[in-house]
Design a binder for this molecule. Sequence first.
Ligand code: PMP
Length: 457
Amino acid sequence: MAVRDAIATERIDALIARESARFREIHPQSRRLGARALAHLPDGVPMHWMSDWGTEFPLFLQQATGARLRDVDGIDYADFCLGDTGAMFGHSPPAVAEVLRARAGSGFTAMLPGEDAIAAAENLAARFGLPYWQFATTASDANRFLLRVARAASGRRKLLVFHGCYHGAVDETFVRLGADGRALPRPGQLAPAFDPSLDTRVVEFNDLAAVEAALADGEVAALLTEPALTNIGIVPPAPGFLAGLRALTRRYGTLLLIDETHTISAGPGGCTRAWGLEPDGLVLGKPLAGGLPASAWGLSAALRERLAAVRETVAGGHSGMGTTLSANALTLACVRANLEQVMTAAAYADMFALADRLEAGLNALIARFALPWCVVRLGARMEIDFTPQPPRNGSEAAAAMRPALEQALHLYLLNRGLLVTPFHTMLLLSPHTAAADIDRLCATLGAALAELTGVEA
Ligand code: PMP
């Protein structure tokens, strides 16, 4: 019997078995659609990761509004996943829905800019302090384009990322740290176009000495990072780490690129604004258009100048950046409405108050069950990390992962009308989240932990 923090694997397995049977029983419509889907959708889903929820068949969505959603069996959920940040300000934010209604007959895409693009760029410049902006469709695209710009502007090829990072479908970033300190391709990639470890270096987060060693030969075009790692639980930066990154990247002529796709939970200008970061480039995606696909990448004045100079030397042809539907008129109207009316300081104040309530509730559970766990929070986003202290780097975070326990907790909650992300234990608050749903989440999690630990709730 393997026991860690008083949770035996037998209990976890038994709970998963029972809750899987219950899931099957209460979702006849999803089960029916799941069977039908298999004929023409591999794994029964339109994108393969949608089958990663740890359920026998997918949960099929009926509709979602605010911080709630309903499945095709008519079951309602309080949504703490919020499309893994895409719907962080609520499903169908009214200001964005209104744009869609009003512009439904005015054309969607024409390869021409409109005034909305200017207003959106003005808003982003005021938030993040970077003057120049371009738009794309996904954060993955924006990261790819920004890396290309960084390499073009610097005339260097190498990149630096942190072990445990995730920046989307960006081939160059699929590396992990090998035992000898060298980069290795990250496992699981499907036929990579090239070996990413050739040009990408990787070191541990919160290790400035390793960062300096990786930058010291002056060959690294850009360091791409989230301000706190959020894709391997949350790994917060140690005091002085981000300032150290800025100083080192300046010293060695490396561009500092900050990916705020998830950390926009920290405030209207992400961690960049909240913590006074001074990146050369910045990426924002997921919630930018209120849940429709859109992303943006920002440039400092200096980087924009370097880019302009390089582009003059390139004769015609394709830049390698773009995609036809990116920055289409309808999407940019949604981006503008979302930035101006939805992602407001007032919305963040509401989210933070709700996050205070959830954080207190989770900490009370950890104390009640005497679990060696902690809650790590970035504004409206938090994780239960299965370590007594927040992990300091990707290796520590990876070692603390407990996939079976996560699956057990997620299934237990799902079967009781509470949706959390299938990846680790991330919980997001929207301005529409009901305080009563937070209390229900904590009470239900308490019941699951009572069962798993054998300790009376
Ligand atoms: N950057 C970060 C930090 C992310 O977490 C993700 C996705 N989880 C991305 C970029 C890519 O976003 P998308 O899948 O929307 O392209």
